[in-house]
Design a protein around this ligand. Structure first.
Ligand SMILES: [Zn+2]
Length: 111
């Protein structure tokens, strides 16, 4: 049976039958790990993919920002530059919205 184990020193979550000999992140000894309750483990498993999707959205929004900046620098004509500026601003909003949601998930134990 696999369980989730949390390092009390750094918060790293390990999956396995038993806690690791030392934390893969901070190298704290096995004694620093405690087994998560079924309820807390479930929160982590169900939010895992959702958080990955948010991170991918952040990455895509960063790509939009880079493209928009390139379009602004090319400066073909005012309407085009205006659209790129708008895309850059909207990408920022999309990125920050997902980051804020990830932060909220972490605060609720949804990793
Ligand atoms: Zn640790």
């Amino acid at each position: 049976m696999r369980y989730l184990w949390k390092c009390s020193a750094c918060g790293f979550v390990y999956e396995g039958e038993d806690a690791p000999e030392k934390c893969p992140k901070c190298e704290a000894p096995k004694e620093k790990f405690s087994r998560l309750s079924e309820e807390d483990a479930k929160k982590i498993y169900v939010s895992d993919r959702t958080n990955d999707i948010h991170m991918e959205i952040v990455t895509l929004a960063m790509r939009i920002e880079v493209l928009a900046k390139e379009g602004i620098e090319l400066n073909l004509d005012p309407p085009c530059v205006q659209l790129f500026n708008k895309a850059k601003d909207e990408a920022w909003i999309i990125k920050q919205r997902s980051k804020a949601e990830i932060e909220a998930h972490l605060g609720k134990g949804k990793w």
